[in-house]
Design a protein around this ligand. Sequence first.
Ligand code: ZN
Length: 163
Amino acid sequence: MAVLPILHWPDARLCTPCAAVGPVADLAVLAANMLDTMYAARGRGLAAPQVGVLLRMFVMDVTWKEGAASPLVCLNPLIVAMSAQRITGPEGCLSIPGITTLVDRATEITMGWTGLDGAQHQKVLTGFSAICAQHEIDHLDGLVTFDRLPPAARAAALAEYVA
Ligand code: ZN
């Protein structure tokens, strides 16, 4: 397997909505490489456009830093429901190195997705998992954390960021 180069914002591929994964796509190698890349970068989520692949796919592992790996590969993820309750917390992004911004997110989401084997899944995510999944799905829509900030906070974050 391989560690892939991670694109940095404002690469145009990070600002482009991704295409749905087709029913016959074999993405096992890409998924394994994305997980390798995420672990090597010490991240907890990585979306396909961050490695230049404009498909609706992300990998996530919110527990590996605590010593128990739980890799998840999501194809065509969809937020089926989200809580009215929201939380604002600090988020980093492997494509925006060195910058942490305060982003407003739903505290709980119900996410549907297709697994690598084609099986359909649905799960309620809370806590960091819910935040991470919303961040990764934003990438699939061509959005990064900057795009979730109020204008003044966005301007301040952009001024701090040197691509
Ligand atoms: Zn990100």
